[in-house]
Each structure stands twice: as C-alpha cells, then as structure tokens.
Design a protein around this ligand. Structure first.
Ligand SMILES: Cc1cc2nc3c(=O)[nH]c(=O)nc-3n(C[C@H](O)[C@H](O)[C@H](O)COP(=O)(O)OP(=O)(O)OC[C@H]3O[C@@H](n4cnc5c(N)ncnc54)[C@H](O)[C@@H]3O)c2cc1C
Length: 414
C-alpha cells in the first residue's frame, strides 16, 4: 500500500501506541502521527499500583515499546503536546503549540481521568491521585517515608494501592461507602472475599462509610468521615473511579455518552474518526449494547482493531471484557460481564483463595473470575460466548475440566 495519507492518533498510551504499531504491521506506509500530552513515551499503567509503585521494577519495565521503535517504524511521536481543537469538516486537528494537522483518519485514544473529590480540604497537599507514572513516583516517595495512609475508595485502584502500601509496611485505612470492597463489579459475595483478604493483611477497613472532609494546615493531617471519625494520617490516596476524556470530541460535535460513542467498527459519529481504549463506549456485537471497558486488555486489543478499520479492514471488535488484578500474593482474572442480579457458583472454596467464581443468568455463564487458578481464560470465555447451558453441580466440580463443559452442544446441559 503506497499512500500519501496521514493517520493521526491522539493519546500516546497503550491503545494509541498499539494502534500505531498495527498501522505499520498491516502495511500502511503513509504518515503516522502519535500525539501524547504526557512527556513520557507510551507506557502501561498496571505496574503503577503494583510492582513499580513498590519499587520492585524500574521505569524500563513499563514502556509499551523500546525507545528506538518509533523512529524505526517511522511513527512521528509528539510528546508533551495536547490536541486542543478538532474540526471534523476540514479534518484538522489543532495542537496546544498552534500547529494544525490535517488527517485522513483520526483515532482518539485519550483514556480517562481520575474522578476528583470536591469536599473541604480536597486541595491540601498530600491528597494524591494515581493515573500517571509521575503520580506513581510521587506516591512511591510517600511509601518510602512510611507512616499512615488513608485510601479513599475500595475499587481496583484503591484496593491495589492499599495492598502495596501494606506490603511496604504502612498503616493503611481503607474508607468505602459500599458494604464490601469492589462491590460494584464483583457484588457482595466476592467483595466479601476481598474484604477478608485485606483484613488478614492488617488493613483497617471502614465500610459503609463516606469521607466528608480532609483537614490540616498546609497538608492533610486527618480525614473526617460520615460517621464522625477523625482518622490521623500522613497522606491520602483517592481512588473513586475515572471519567473518560471526552472534551475534545464533544467540543467537535462528536456523539458522547459515557465515552465517545462508537459502532462495532469503532467508528465515531463523525466521518473518518475512530476511538478505542478507556475513552470509547463501543457497540458490542455479543451484548447487543454499548460497553465501555476501562482495562488494560481492552486498550491492548481495541487500539489495533481500530487501526485495522482505519485502513478499511471492516472487522467488528467483539472480544469479551477481560481484566486482571494482583493484590498481595493473590492474582485474579475476570472475563465477561455480570449483572447484579446474576447468581454466583464457586468451583473451589473461596476461603482457600484458590477458586473460580462463575456468575450465571439462569443456567448460562455470564462472567467468571479465576483467583490463583491459571490457564482457564480460554475455556471460560468459550462458555460465556457460546452461551452453553451448564449444570451447577458440574460447574462447581473441579474434576470436570471446563473444556468438557464447553464441548457440550449449545442447548444441551453440560
Ligand atoms: C494505576 C493503574 C493500575 C491499573 N491496573 C490495571 C490492572 O491491573 N488490570 C487492568 O486490566 N487494567 C488496569 N488499569 C487500567 C489500564 O491501565 C487502562 O485501561 C489503560 O491504561 C487504558 O489505556 P488507554 O490507552 O485507553 O488510555 P490511557 O492509558 O488513559 O492513555 C490516554 C493518553 O492520552 C493522553 N491524552 C489525553 N487527552 C489528550 C489530548 N487532548 N492530546 C494529547 N494526548 C492526550 C493522556 O495524557 C494519556 O497519556 C490500571 C490503570 C491504572 C491508572
């Protein structure tokens, strides 16, 4: 393919970098411009709350590609540059230094921003958020000093930061308005498993508790909670979810609804514009509805899928949602998408922390989570995707391989 076309990607992180790589791999030999607001070349965020945060691995372990890759693949990497304006009629993008770039195809991979708390004391020093490698460095410096940290929010980021801080020997209090950690995604039963894991590690958990204010002179010294407690601390980490970065798209008149709205081919409402990763709310062929996934594997795979569609491959993105988390010595993977009304069946005893949990609607598996059990993602995803009808007894029996359940014809009971 020899072309003088220019494909521009806004957001130089996992989705954007993998998309740029894919354009080249698929033979696109026009101009590829990758624009990133951060000064760091594209890197992966999962280590920022885990081994990188704890100082167990260095910066070189987090990058998506080595430094030479971009020049070798003739990808114009513009770091420290923010796209500030977009005209989808003239197909022009404006950068913060005034440069205007004309594109033939545009991919938006702007990711998400941590949701900020707006309570008294929110601007005090020592109230930290975690999204970027700089945030992780700042947090690591605090962990190095030790002391007491209050973590606000027991979602994935909060739970992982709490685990890393405990592993570094800090006194950790986790404040969460829900009745168990991770309740929104995992529900009460599995959330209770994570509550016990953290309790066993010495995390003090204040569940069913909201935060009302941060108090201190220059820096935060204590957290005031809804039940009137005052928690003394050296610093605070807030992990209360993220908001997709949709401002640029919205200002350009592109449809936005909990992310940039894209179809199965990851095309946005404006011609020649695509979106992928945390920022994209994509129509999912399997679910028949839009799904926005804020996880590593989605950025890793959706970026390349968008790139293929930018060069006319027309392939629907239909991977099932998948994510992983590591806390202490407990690793987990989750596939699928459970709704709160789905029931849970266990294979193995959750108390042993080596088990699989399945969520079911009727007798069909909608999601599964393997905890310290490995190499089951493929059969688990096939169970979900093929909507195999399963028998609870066999599903919970560790002696029945998941592959065997999958092989039973759709409609029959495995
Ligand atoms: C601390 C942490 C730990 C995580 N751990 C896990 C995990 O264990 N498992 C898991 O599955 N997922 C995890 N995730 C989630 C995963 O990292 C994200 O899903 C992934 O980073 C999304 O990639 P992305 O490329 O879509 O967006 P992002 O990584 O958010 O990148 C978007 C980039 O676009 C840039 N940008 C935004 N606007 C503009 C603009 N106008 N102009 C130029 N550039 C712009 C941003 O600066 C940013 O660099 C974690 C995330 C964090 C923060």
């Amino acid at each position: 393919m020899t072309t003088d076309q220019t494909h521009v990607i806004v957001g130089a992180s996992l989705a954007g970098a993998k998309a740029a790589e894919t354009l080249r791999k698929e033979g696109f030999d026009g101009r590829v411009v990758l624009i990133g607001a951060e000064r760091e070349r594209p890197y992966e965020r999962p280590p920022l709350s885990k081994d990188y945060l704890r100082g167990e691995v260095g910066r070189e372990k987090v990058y998506v590609h080595d430094e030479a890759f971009y020049a070798e693949d003739e990808i114009e990497l513009r770091l420290g540059r923010t796209a500030t304006g977009l005209d989808t009629t003239s197909r022009e993008l404006e950068l913060d230094d005034g440069e205007r770039l004309r594109y033939d195809r545009l991919l938006l991979t702007m990711g998400a921003d941590p949701r900020r708390l707006s309570i008294p004391g929110a601007d005090l020093d020592g109230v930290l958020y975690l999204r970027s490698v700089e945030d992780s460095d700042a947090l690591r410096a605090r962990l190095d000093r030790g002391g007491a940290v209050v973590v606000i929010g027991a979602g994935w980021i909060g739970a992982e930061v709490a685990a890393s801080a405990r592993q570094r020997g800090l006194e950790v209090t986790l404040v969460e308005p829900a009745s168990v950690p991770l309740e929104r995604v995992l529900g009460a039963e599995l959330g209770a498993v994570y509550r016990d894991i953290h309790a066993d590690q010495g995390v003090r958990m204040l569940l069913g508790t909201a935060v009302e204010a941060f108090e201190g002179h220059q820096a935060v010294e204590r957290v005031r909670t809804s039940d009137g407690r005052k928690l003394d601390c050296d610093f605070v980490v807030v992990g209360v979810g993220v908001e997709p970065r949709t401002g640029l798209a919205a200002r350009a008149g592109i449809a936005v609804d909990n992310g940039i709205v894209v179809d199965e081919l990851l095309q946005a409402s404006a011609p020649k514009v695509f979106a992928a990763g945390d920022v994209a709310n994509a129509q999912h062929p399997f679910y028949g509805q839009r799904v926005r996934v804020e996880h590593w594997a989605n950025a890793l795979n959706q970026g390349p899928a968008a790139a293929r569609n930018m060069i006319g491959r027309s392939v629907a993105y239909e991977r099932l949602p998948y994510f992983f988390s590591d806390q202490y010595d407990i690793g987990m993977e989750y596939s699928g998408y459970a709704r709160s009304r789905d029931r849970v069946v266990f294979r193995g005893d959750p108390a042993t922390r080596e088990f699989i949990a399945f969520w079911l609607a009727g007798n069909r598996v909608t999601a599964g989570m393997n905890v310290n059990v490995w190499d089951v993602t493929d059969p688990l995803q096939r169970l979900i995707r093929r909507r195999v009808a399963v028998d609870d007894r066999r599903l919970s029996d560790p002696d029945v391989p998941l592959e065997q359940l999958v092989q039973v014809e759709m409609g029959g009971v495995a």
